[in-house]
Design a protein around this ligand. Structure first.
Ligand SMILES: Nc1nc2c(ncn2[C@@H]2O[C@H](COP(=O)(O)OP(=O)(O)OP(=O)(O)O)[C@@H](O)[C@H]2O)c(=O)[nH]1
Ligand SMILES: [Mg+2]
Length: 441
């Protein structure tokens, strides 16, 4: 079944932690700091690729993760950057951030790409924290967080010409003869189960042709596979209606023609209003002889052509398999395309995603406080980053953490919740007892 919408989870790599380490040399008891920086986490990049046609693959694999940065190491060695992950999507895919509902990227050109989740920065090693007064920093910076987001991929199937008709009449054969597309062709119904697109070169321009699954009676109510694709055909400008005029499956070509048009009109008036060119296919097995002149005296063909022309549709005899009559049909389709204006896309309008704001993360500096019945719990992204960088065996490093809690307003929040001397404060799995500066221990 064709999928034109998929939801995936993407996660960039976490930045590697900076390293705390000191030179160890013979006869030098306390060497200087030599902890290296952590590597940057990999980005998740989304890229348009013309070789892909559908979002089918995203149905089976839903989670995409870039590599984490490596931690910094002794001897000032830097951690390796995590590898970026490139997710390829078909041209025509819109990428929407699920949380905000905003458009992150409209992938309209082959090769176009953007960073959908930035990797965390690498943390600085303790070497970087040396100052004139701090010769032996006992702490390093934790790596930046990984970014996780849910992304919706939505694909507009854009084609100028749509092929419609019963199963097995030769739609895919026509596409394969007219373009470089290589759809599956076989002598059974519903060979085509997802749309195929091909580009028809015409003079110095080109148009796109879409081949969909065969349509059967009741398609407008969901019978068969064709129904799922009619909405794509709705966006095309010209239809080529392929009919097996040889009646090789025992049906009457005129009835076939009527039934398909009935289904189209029941599905939507828009389809009926489209210019339609009729390809009378499989003339090679019509039984009237192999030459084009034979058609002139072929009753079955003439009956069909007269019926259809009376209804106002142009008819072209064709043998898609033998490559006969294809050029004429393509020219007729091209000429019709010049007559009909491009319909304004009724694609949903999305607000653009703001990448600058995304980098800022307005929530980054906020410190949250709550009382869970036992302890006063502090949380927050920047707090957590500093917490992860804290060396709990080092007073300087601990003092830095406490000062951050005070300055960030976190302590104020806990006091409002009732924090008093002797109460427990918790960050992650670390607990300490709170005492006021003036408290007389
Ligand atoms: N004799 C003859 N056979 C043809 C012609 N065109 C197509 N066929 C054959 O008809 C069968 C069906 O062709 P497809 O192109 O797969 O038909 P389709 O309309 O795409 O079929 P679905 O995808 O199942 O809807 C294949 O065996 C083709 O080789 C033709 O002009 N003459
Ligand atoms: Mg087919």
């Amino acid at each position: 079944m064709f999928v034109d919408r998929a939801k995936i989870l993407i996660r960039s790599g976490k930045g590697g932690d900076g390293c705390v380490s000191f030179r160890r040399e013979p006869f030098v008891p306390e060497g200087g700091p030599d902890g290296g920086n952590g590597g940057k986490g990999g980005d998740v990049i989304i890229q348009a690729d013309e070789n892909l046609r559908t979002l089918m693959d995203f149905r089976y694999k839903r989670k995409y993760e870039a590599e984490n940065g490596q931690n910094g190491m002794r001897k000032k060695r830097f951690g390796k950057d995590g590898q970026d992950l490139v997710i390829k999507v078909p041209v025509g895919t819109m990428v929407i951030d699920e949380e905000t509902g905003k458009l992150m990227g409209d992938m309209i050109r082959h090769g176009q790409s953007f960073v959908a989740a930035k990797g965390g920065k690498g943390g600085k090693g303790n070497t970087m924290y040396t100052t004139s007064t701090r010769q032996a920093p006992n702490f390093a910076e934790a790596g930046g967080f990984a970014k996780e987001r849910s992304v919706i991929l939505e694909m507009k199937l854009i084609a100028d010409v749509g092929l419609v008709g019963f199963p097995n009449v030769g739609k895919s054969t026509l596409l394969s003869m007219a373009t470089s597309a290589r759809p599956k062709i076989a002598n059974y119904h519903f060979t085509t189960i997802e749309p195929n697109l091909g580009v028809v070169q015409m003079f110095d321009t080109a148009f796109v042709m879409a081949d969909i699954a065969g349509i059967i009676e009741g398609a407008h109510e969901g019978a068969g596979l064709g129904h799922d694709f009619l909405k794509h055909i709705e966006r095309t400008r010209v239809l080529i209606h392929v009919v097996d005029v040889s009646g090789s499956e025992g049906r009457d070509p005129i009835e076939d023609f009527e039934k398909i048009n009935e289904e189209l009109s029941r599905y939507s008036e828009k389809l009926t209003a489209k210019p339609q060119i009729v390809a009378a296919n499989k003339i090679d097995i019509l039984g009237c002889g192999p030459d084009p002149e034979d058609l002139l005296i072929c009753d079955e063909y003439i009956r069909f052509r007269e019926h259809v022309e009376k209804l106002g549709y142009p008819v072209f005899p064709m043998s898609a398999a033998a490559g006969q009559g294809i050029e004429e049909i393509l020219r007729a389709a091209f000429a019709k395309l010049q007559e009909v204006l491009q319909e304004p896309e009724d694609a949903p309008e999305y607000e653009m995603f703001d990448f600058d704001r995304d980098d800022e993360d307005p929530d980054y500096r906020t410190v949250y406080g709550e009382f869970d019945g036992e302890a006063y719990v502090l949380s927050g992204k920047q707090l957590l980053k500093i917490f992860n960088s804290t060396n709990f065996n080092d007073n300087g490093s601990l003092r830095y953490l406490y000062r951050y809690i005070e300055n960030s307003g976190g302590l104020e929040k806990l006091k409002e919740l009732g924090l008093d001397n002797g109460d427990t404060v918790r960050i992650e799995d670390f607990e300490f007892e709170y005492y006021d500066e003036d408290y007389d221990l």
